[in-house]
Design a protein around this ligand. Structure first.
Ligand code: UGA
Length: 449
């Protein structure tokens, strides 16, 4: 089936990246965003969140005349050969995903889609959701195919992850629709070196795999991949706790363990635990799916429990180093984004730590190069945000490094020593050279170091 026009529903990290890249692959793309402020920014050729390299990709897409940001389904959906759903799945109070937007968007688009078109689910949904949606589409009797195309991009490296992918997975009941969607990605792959040039990112020719599966498998692949990466992190954090007691350095341990190609070093960094819009939700979601189907996923529950324990573990370390009490101690928390390279502070360990230290009686000042505005929504009012790193480091008793932004890790131990009165530093991301800090007169505490 020949594809010329595509609609992308939702313009978050996944939606905007996908929409803009598909324009560069040669398609005409409508991107539907209901929030006026966000839409206005996109119409100016920019993204409304920070993502390396994305602005020039959005700008050139817009300049081509084939990128149409809109707040209306009506503009693009009726002409589209393919509709990608990239709508948000906010958290329910129990940590699982709220699928209201997923079902509403499918319902709205389904009414407008032309016969024979393909609906592609990129939003992360619990296994079994696609079967329900596919039934709804079949009831429209318009021969619309439903496929699942899970997303594996990371915030901060969205373009590299999409263009230099390890694998593209498309699952569904209609082999023709699955093949058509895989071909859209093949077209994108053909153009990837020139797109990377526009984004100002280095190009490497790495071959990725194209994988077609059944519908439920594709849904389960997505959450299984995230839960396994989260499991690796919690595993590293469990070993870090033992390393703290036994005098080992978890970085040395994981470097050597990860050198075994069967195991792999990636996602083995111990620290304050994982956060963000995906791992916490997907781990909780997988536990919930298990329970729905009567399966106890103990190992996934343990992954969550270890992660939940980490901010408290970091705070205890700090408390011990400060003589047993945090009360009245001035603490500088560096890093509120859930990881470096993003302005996203959803379920951020740095934010959780700042709040925890504050509620334990500490006087907390915090700084982040990009995520202060986002983090402010979730910080208790007692936490004071500073505009610069230097301001944050002035007049404090201890420092907690919670995100490995280059602005922090490129600051040498002697620069820290000159800027701050603090002589205790808790490196909650194990990103600083511990010996340099010890030589510069700091009590350096890593996690498992
Ligand atoms: C994650 C996955 O890595 C993507 O493949 C997936 O597409 C995405 O979720 C999603 O489901 O949309 P992301 O949440 O952007 O991507 O961030 P990651 O780079 O995976 O980091 C997640 C968290 O784990 C961060 O808080 C990070 O600091 C932490 N982390 C990561 C560790 O604590 N240790 C590590 O070794 C690696």
């Amino acid at each position: 089936m020949a594809i010329s026009t595509i609609t992308v529903l939702g313009t978050g990290y996944v939606g905007l990246t996908t929409a803009a890249l598909l324009v560069h692959a040669g398609y005409t793309v409508y991107a539907v965003e209901p929030h006026k402020e966000r839409l206005d920014v996109i119409k100016q050729g920019r993204s409304f969140f920070y993502e390396a390299g994305l602005d020039p990709i959005v700008k050139t897409a817009l300049d081509s005349g084939r990128f149409i940001p809109t707040d209306s389904y009506q503009d693009g959906v009726p002409n589209s050969d393919v509709v990608f759903s990239c709508v948000g799945t906010p958290d329910n109070p129990d940590g699982s995903s709220n699928l209201t937007h997923v079902f509403d968007s499918a319902e709205q688009a389904g009414q407008l889609m032309k016969p024979g078109a393909i609906y592609v689910q990129k939003s992360t949904v619990p296994v079994g959701t696609g079967a329900k949606l596919a039934t709804k589409f079949s009831e429209l009797s318009k021969d619309i195919s439903y496929v699942s195309n899970p997303e594996f991009l990371r915030e901060g490296t969205a373009l590299e992850d999409t263009l230099l992918f390890d694998r593209v997975v498309v699952g569904g009941n209609d082999p023709l629709a699955v093949g058509t969607v895989l071909n859209v990605y093949r077209t994108l792959e053909e153009r990837r070196s020139s797109i990377m040039k526009i984004a100002g990112l280095p190009y490497r020719n790495i071959p990725g795999e194209y994988i077609s599966t059944g519908l439920a498998s594709a849904e389960l692949i997505k959450v299984t991949a995230n839960a396994f990466l989260a499991l690796k992190i919690s595993f590293a954090n469990s070993i870090a706790k033992l390393a703290d007691k036994s005098g080992a350095d978890v970085v040395e341990v994981m470097n050597a363990v990860g050198a075994d190609k069967r195991i792999n070093r990636a996602f083995f960094n111990a620290g304050r635990g994982y956060g963000g819009g995906c791992f916490p939700k997907d781990v909780s979601g997988l536990i919930a799916s298990g329970l729905d189907y009567g399966v106890d996923l103990d190992i996934v529950q343990a992954t969550k429990a270890v992660n939940d324990s980490m901010p408290g573990y970091v705070a205890e370390k700090l408390q011990d180093a400060l003589g047993g009490s945090l009360s009245g101690k001035r603490i500088a928390v560096l890093g509120l984004a859930f990881k470096a390279g993003t302005s996203d502070a959803r379920r951020s360990p740095g934010t959780a730590l700042a709040n925890l230290l504050s509620s334990s009686g500490a006087v907390v000042q915090a700084y982040d190069p990009k995520a202060s505005d986002e983090a402010a929504k979730n910080l208790v009012s007692e936490v004071h945000l500073t505009n610069t790193l230097n301001d944050c480091l002035k007049r404090c008793d201890a420092i907690v490094l919670a995100t490995d932004w280059p602005e922090f890790t490129s600051y040498s131990a002697s620069q820290f020593a000159k800027t701050t009165d603090a002589r205790v530093i808790v490196d909650a991301v194990n990103a600083l050279p511990k010996n340099d800090f010890r030589e510069a007169g700091f009590t350096y505490l890593g996690i498992g170091r």
